[in-house]
Design a protein around this ligand. Sequence first.
Ligand SMILES: [Zn+2]
Length: 113
Amino acid sequence: MHEIGVVRQVLRTVEGFARENNIDEVVSIVLEIGELSMVIPQYVEELYPLVARGTRFERTELCIETVEGRGVCRNCKRVFPIVKNEGYCPRCGKRDAEIISGRDFVIKEIVVP
Ligand SMILES: [Zn+2]
């Protein structure tokens, strides 16, 4: 499970951002997690309070937005949700899609008072 490293990295990044901008308090951190990013939102949610404990982010809320993994079929050009269809194109049945969204993991927003 690499999510603990992911959460630590997020807090390091936000910490750096806060220091550079003289921000004392961060109300919430908004993460955008793609379905195909290999980061499991549920784990991030569970680990966050443990990693944040004893830091300035102890009371910072974590919000997670998931982004659907979508692909475009190389055969028939249909755009479809990858996870729901297990990678198979719902129109032609081929399993040959180019991923167009849902791969990224980003800190979308840092909310300050
Ligand atoms: Zn297709």
